[in-house]
Design a protein around this ligand. Sequence first.
Ligand SMILES: *[C@@H]1O[C@H](CO)[C@@H](O)[C@H](O)[C@H]1NC(C)=O
Ligand SMILES: *[C@@H]1O[C@H](CO)[C@@H](O)[C@H](O)[C@H]1NC(C)=O
Ligand SMILES: *[C@@H]1O[C@H](CO)[C@@H](O)[C@H](O)[C@H]1NC(C)=O
Ligand SMILES: *[C@@H]1O[C@H](CO)[C@@H](O)[C@H](O)[C@H]1NC(C)=O
Ligand SMILES: *[C@@H]1O[C@H](CO)[C@@H](O)[C@H](O)[C@H]1NC(C)=O
Length: 340
Amino acid sequence: MTISKLRFHGLLPISLKSCILNFLFSSVVCVGGDGSASEVAHALLLRAQKNAGKETESILTPVRAQLPLGLIPAGSTNVLAHSLHGIPHVVTATLHIIMGHVQPVDVCTFSTTGKLLRFGFSAMFGFGGRTLALAEKHRWMSPNQRRDFAVMKALAKLKPEDCEISFLPLISSHDLEERKAEGSPKSDCNDQWQTIQGQFLNVSIMAIPCLCSVAPRGLAPNTRLNNGSMALIIARNTSRPEFIKHLKRYAGVKNQFNFPFVETYTVGEVKVRPRNNSGYSLEEDGLHAAASENSFPWNVDGDLMEAKSEVQVKLHPRLINLYGGSTEEMNDSQGTCNCL
Ligand SMILES: *[C@@H]1O[C@H](CO)[C@@H](O)[C@H](O)[C@H]1NC(C)=O
Ligand SMILES: *[C@@H]1O[C@H](CO)[C@@H](O)[C@H](O)[C@H]1NC(C)=O
Ligand SMILES: *[C@@H]1O[C@H](CO)[C@@H](O)[C@H](O)[C@H]1NC(C)=O
Ligand SMILES: *[C@@H]1O[C@H](CO)[C@@H](O)[C@H](O)[C@H]1NC(C)=O
Ligand SMILES: *[C@@H]1O[C@H](CO)[C@@H](O)[C@H](O)[C@H]1NC(C)=O
């Protein structure tokens, strides 16, 4: 089944719903960009919970999606397809689907006050969220135009968010071995929440590497599609030129996060709690209401998600099957055999 360029805001078309219900199809293929891809994945996962008789309001341990999902990149941003196939290439994606190359992929749940907001693969809070919120207010521009415009405007108004970030660090098997070798007594003690507070410009929480044209190795090169961890990348407050230098560094292949104000963690769960409404002043835009309602924009797979309070992001390993080549085979040997 092919869904062409769908933008169904929260509402799944009847046809897709009944297909999934009746199991008439063995898989779902989405032709579109990140927004559509993420919404179809969300719908498939929600359906799986309902079929399993699970409460969908507050999901602690979701069940896996029953149908595999194929993504054919055709949107203005194709980060998901790019990360899956190693390249945002329609023919490559189609061949993987035809040949039935399926791989399990990690998914996050986003919830607030115990309620599920949605499923997703990657999120940005702070600059990344503000930029998307600005772009959404200028939908009359072309996608590229409004993205550039929003980035410029968000940079001009760059201001940190005052928040508290708690996270559950994961110790990779590699680190664990190293620590055992060193005979560290605390080697197995990784069940501890850590909390950091302060002024943050930009926070990324990503379950997949998020490859894209401006970041050929990914916005989160330090994670994999399905190794059971998320990358938490934090840019603390700094000057505008330093922040821009950090954003530009994504285009390179080395030392992306080698800045004193950038921290990276490998985590299984994150909670982000804005402390004061000290973020951007939206008054110039005549949005007093939004400002006083204390709403914070998140960018979840390119979709705007507004949250009023703490957002909890939890990783669920290998929750959905997606068509794609194993990107491990295409590591650093740039460009060779990326197109099958
Ligand atoms: C910050 O924002 C940019 C653009 O919105 C994004 O590409 C980047 O991955 C974000 N994350 C960090 C930690 O800077
Ligand atoms: C997942 O892979 C990344 C990159 O190789 C690594 O840094 C991270 O520790 C891994 N996660 C786990 C839980 O092993
Ligand atoms: C953030 O950093 C800039 C530049 O160093 C500084 O001027 C500004 O006051 C800082 N903002 C906060 C809220 O700390
Ligand atoms: C932010 O909130 C804390 C307490 O939650 C308070 O001490 C601090 O003064 C507030 N800062 C601003 C800028 O309002
Ligand atoms: C990819 O990485 C693995 C180990 O990380 C290595 O054995 C393999 O040779 C690499 N493949 C390529 C094509 O570089």
